[in-house]
Design a protein around this ligand. Structure first.
Ligand code: 5CA
Ligand code: ZN
Length: 429
């Protein structure tokens, strides 16, 4: 899939003492801060959208979070490879297409294009590779076929009417009993896993499974559903978790450094995709770190497609809102703290953008070295965007102070601030 255009990331002056802070992020598994990419490279997989109701502010917040990490890594001199997917065939997408009378492929294509526009407007560095499930069907089929051959997957009979011309082949499920390390990503107890599995698309009551938590790998053809010919698996389509496992494996190789997404993906999605990765590539294939962004709410509830309490980036853009004000609204919140999008969030983002633009409009301004160091330190400290914003606010306050003494001003300082805010925070002034 062709990704959206990459934003320009200006070069910044090196730190005065030559020392760049080590970028630490929160790891869901250990609950502590971690240098997720200790080498010269950083390889990361961030789960992409299911293309309907895109792009709401929750999506935007999650992708902006990982964009900050990407930018902090680039500033630290790392070669970053960022891979992502699009879940372009899935139950809720098909249901939406049916309900609205559009073809599911058209719905997906429109929403993917809209998402790409929104991400471009928000200054998010694009993933490369960016892979849709539909375009990656063959390797996904090969992986499930291999798991069946290895005995880490098994077939479950389907109900009458399912399975097209080969109803006997059955659906395919992963056998979690074959993975000793299952559960180590999230560390949840059995009851929590059971509840979340049922809540988030799992089918614990499906007859014929060995373990209620065993996840679907291949769903045989059902009347009216899109289907692919998959040789010995029979016609059908893949389960969700194996798609990401295979797209990540093929896109950046296993193990990679960091797997990311919103907090709703901790279990079952990331637990399962890491488990599939172990079944496909061996016991040491899990990512070094897992980082999850807290979910954004709106009108008192988690912003979600199913509830419909959405604020769409494209709608705000259509109303003439500067996407940089949206970005600043998001960045005013730490990614690990749950927060609510309100009119005030946007209002504050607009006001801050205006103030920062005014502050960088001059030729000379207050010295920038301390600000640059503080920006870098804030991002390195678990992507502390609110702290970074406060630092720029502080510099802007001084720059804009009425009647201040400008005799010590640094020529070109506003330009350096604008470049730093652009490079590190992704905010174009
Ligand atoms: N296609 C799958 C991942 S493979 C998926 O979860 N798609 S999604 O469109 O539902 O969500 C895309 C990303 O946005 C995911 O990382 C998800 O965790 C995140 N997300 C969804 N809702 C919110 C929210 N309210 N706040 C923050 N992030 C959210
Ligand atoms: Zn995923």
């Amino acid at each position: 899939m062709r990704s959206w255009p990459s934003p320009q990331i200006p070069e910044l002056p090196a730190p005065l003492d030559g020392r760049r802070p080590t970028v630490l992020v929160h790891d869901t598994t250990t609950g502590s801060l971690l240098d997720a990419a200790p080498g010269d490279t950083a390889r990361t997989y961030v789960c992409g959208i299911t293309p309907y109701d895109a792009t709401h502010l929750g999506h935007a917040a999650t992708y902006i979070t990982f964009d900050l990490l990407h930018r902090a890594w680039i500033d630290a001199g790392k070669q970053v490879t960022y891979c992502s997917n699009v879940t372009d065939v899935d139950d809720p997408l098909l249901e939406r297409a049916t309900a609205t009378g559009v073809r599911w492929r058209d719905l997906a294509a429109d929403q993917i294009a809209l998402f790409a526009e929104d991400m471009t407007a928000l200054g998010v560095v694009p993933p490369q590779p960016w892979t849709g499930v539909v375009e990656h069907m063959e390797p996904i089929v090969a992986a499930v076929t291999q798991m069946l051959a290895d005995g880490t997957a098994y077939r479950v009979p389907v109900e009458p009417g399912a399975g097209g011309a080969d109803p006997d082949l059955g659906d395919v499920y992963a056998d979690l009993g074959a993975d000793e390390a299952f559960g180590t990503v999230c560390g949840y107890d059995g009851d929590t896993m059971a509840a979340l599995f049922a809540e988030r698309g799992g089918d614990p009551d499906r007859e014929g499974k060995k373990n209620p938590l065993d996840p679907l790998l291949w769903r045989r053809e059902r009347p009216g559903e899109p289907t692919w010919d998959a040789g010995e698996l029979g016609t059908g389509r893949p389960g969700w978790h194996v798609e990401c496992a295979v797209i990540a494996q093929d896109g950046i190789g296993l193990p990679f450094d960091l797997q990311g997404g919103g907090a709703d993906l901790v279990f079952p999605h990331h637990e399962m995709s890491v488990s599939h990765g172990r079944m496909l590539a061996g016991p040491t294939s899990a990512p070094r770190a897992h980082t999850h962004a807290a979910l954004v709410s709106y009108e008192g509830h988690k912003m979600s497609k199913s509830r419909g309490n959405l604020v769409l980036v494209s709608a705000l853009r259509r109303d003439g809102v500067d996407p940089m004000a949206i970005r600043l609204g998001v960045l005013a919140n730490h990614y690990r703290t749950e927060w609510e999008w309100t009119d005030a969030t946007l209002h504050d983002g607009v006001a801050r953008l205006e103030r920062w633009r005014a502050a960088v409009s001059g030729n000379g301004g207050p010295a920038v070295d301390a600000l640059l160091a503080e920006l870098r330190a804030a991002l390195a400290d678990d992507l502390d965007a609110p702290r970074a914003l406060a630092a720029v606010d502080g510099w802007a306050d001084v720059a804009l102070r009425d009647g201040r003494d400008t005799s010590d001003d640094t020529e070109g300082a506003p330009g350096v601030v604008a470049r730093a805010v652009n490079a590190l925070l992704g905010v174009r002034l």
